[in-house]
Write a protein that binds this ligand. Sequence first.
Ligand code: PEP
Ligand code: MG
Length: 930
Amino acid sequence: MKKYVYYFGKGKAEGRAEMKELLGGKGANLAEMARLGIPCPAGFTITTEVCTYYYEHKRTYPASLQKEVGVALKRIESVMGMKFGNSANPLLVSVRSGARRSMPGMMETVLNVGLCAATIPGLIAKTKNERFVWDAYRRLIMMYSDVVMEKAAGIEAAEGKGIRVQLDKLLHELKIGKGYASDADISAEDLKDLCERFKVRVKEVLGKEFPDDPREQLWGGIGAVFSSWNGKRAVSYRRIERIPDEWGTAVSVQAMVFGNMGDSSATGVAFSRNPATGENKFFGEWLVNAQGEDVVAGIRTPNPLNESTKSEHNRHLPSLETAMPGLYKELDHIRVKLEKHFKDMQDIEFTIQEGRLWMLQCRVGKRTGTAALNMAMDMLGEKLIDQKTAVNRLTPDQLDELLHPIVDPKAEKASEPVAGGLPAGPGGACGQIVFTAADAVEWVKQGKTVLLVREETNPEDVEGMRAAEGILTARGGMTSHAALVARGWGKCCIVGCGSLHIDAHARTMTVGEKVYHEGDWFTLNGTRGYVYAGKLAMVSSTENPRFVHFMKIVDKFRTIGVRTNADTPDDAQKARQFGAEGIGLFRTEHMFYGKHSEQPLFILRKMIISRTEGERRAALAELYPFVKKDIKDTLAVMDGLPVTVRLLDPPLHEFVPNSMEERKKLASALGITVEDIAKRADALHESNPMMGHRGVRLGITYPEITEMQVRAILESAAELKAEGKTVLPEIMVPVVGIKNELDHQRAIVDAIYAEVCAKYSLKKIDYLYGTMIEIPRAALTADKIAETAEFFSFGTNDLTQMGFGFSRDDIGGFVPDYLKLKTLPADPFQILDQEGIGQLVRIAIEKGRATRPKLKIGICGEHGGEPSSVAFCYRVGMNYVSCSPFRVPIARLAAAQAAIADGARAATGTKPAPKKTRKVTKKATPRKRK
Ligand code: PEP
Ligand code: MG
């Protein structure tokens, strides 16, 4: 017969820690603690299978459950030396929920079950504490009538009319009537009267008597916990956290112990190490003569657990270490035992009842990024965990936290954001707001710190974006211009903040009713997308040798390469320091934005406005030295590592100047009129530029543009080779959908290659010729494309755009609704849609490698730095991922964790490991690291 009830208590347990699916997190860990001989009040757990049964059988239980509960209850009675419902020596129990994964505060609990007319006098005689007993009874009536008789019965009370509110009112009235200042003034006699009034009110409001039978109370409590699995709060929490409905909750019934039985009783919560810093010191809070909820409720200031963790706020308060030294020692032993056993930092709850210590709960404790790093490295040093475990102890988000200055969490807690948007660039930033890029540059020159606030940004804003501490836009999605640029620089940025109404002319910004002016201070949390008015404190993440050491260990387990998307020698250098093993995407066009771009941009504009091939070639010849310098400097910085240089990608009209002043300058340089420029600009105008004349299509129409770029790449390579450098350029053609496009460009590359070899008297120059896979047709015909391409790099920004038919610059208008309605689980421009776009990726890899088995494959879309997408790239057999410099460590960690998880799956035989991927991008050249 199926077992539904698992007993635990006094050194014995039928369950264990590994049984979380059946017993829930709380039940499984209570069983484990009992097994370890740790003093926890005896109890039993009703399995999650009963929850499933309950919902499948019209809220009834399996036939054998009642008997099993009866047997387990007897065992509790014998271990605890008390009897449930017994008038002389009554046992009280708590009834609590416990899902596989913690769902804090989302389900119900009933305490003090078993108190009734028959047991109250016995408990008073035993405790000699009448007030305590009536207080416990009053709490039981409040909780039970609310949780069991109202909520679980499906009664939806009107706002402010719920039974709990009504009983609270009675309590409040009593205090006012008697002139009591605090709960402590209420006498036993008062409480006894109050309980009677409570029961009358329960009958009036709910139409039923409060049950006086302990067994009825127990089964009422069990049913209420099961039905709270489908309560509103729990259901919506599960949707957010993506916890499956089928999991169900377990119910743990456990003997009550009381921390509020006088001055030799106490209660507390603690962490086996400091959860904020990771310091290996027992850390926690406690209160004498109190119940668990009093510590967390914040009504009384809790005391520090020990002397060494006192702060200036609680220095004057007594520690448990000095107030109850023997018990503290016992608790400290338990802390050591639990850490040794669970091999991780534990979050524990304890109660001291009349000088006796009881453990009520333990679980793995939550921690900050800094704490996670310090604990992982400490525990590794203590030989508590191995290297694989250490690598898995930091989430990529926690790593991200370590890499950027952040808004001080304490300051954030004390403030309310005025607006929210998409978290496009990580970390925090604080500064005075300005509304134009020019102002940003100007103010920074004057020594001010600014935040650039724009409707949305465009390439002309880059200089101001660079100067600003952080960027805030009212429009745009996660791959909008502002987001891409900011992330590339590791700059704090929030985009798509729809509640901002910006008036750049008036230099104001309105949020709701409030108008803010240029120069007002704001703080951004770019990791979470929160906007605060005012100056919030920042915490800087400093260079940390432990971080460097940790990343070395991470790399031991990683089997795919991590490159960077870098557009300047500076970014390339930074990325190398972060551990990038090459450049996966060098966007040539970025030399026309930002610092030192005026001259090349002007020449590029001349080229664009040219009417004949001759004029165009002349402009290209003028542009050549700039392009070559940019490429050569970057190749030099990446000495020994591969660099993928992408040919010009954006539609040309993006570079046509809009301002009259710029147009005049250009017209006079070209000896034409401003009207001619306007005409040319009109001719370049496109209705759908993202699907227009861009990428390879430019190279087909104007082969001379490709020629110039390829020459710059190959001549740079030839010259650097002569200087003794190892350069590995990879020429990448963007926006390809047809093999013939790639062949057309290949012919140009071959011709230039021959010319350059002859010019430098070289037999060969090492380079690869490949393409981006960013158009669905390219993915579907990858076998053909691989006949010409020597490598693929997935441009998942465009692949997502064209696969979904979602304009990447306009998703701010509708994707937020999709997310709210759960039409989409996540923004597909942030997290790769493995189900749909992922299929295009798989097909392209399979087809490409069918033609060319050793085809080198990577990703350079924004997803290359997003942890779950990195794991996907690993699983489908890519050779590397490429991402912005600041995301390089995150991608390294995500790739290592994917490989470890895969090894674990292979070891347990749950799923065959994919073919071992080759480390094509890893070179023997020593890498510079931070
Ligand atoms: C892409 O499309 O994924 C890509 C990397 O190119 P871009 O973002 O420059 O279009
Ligand atoms: Mg693209």
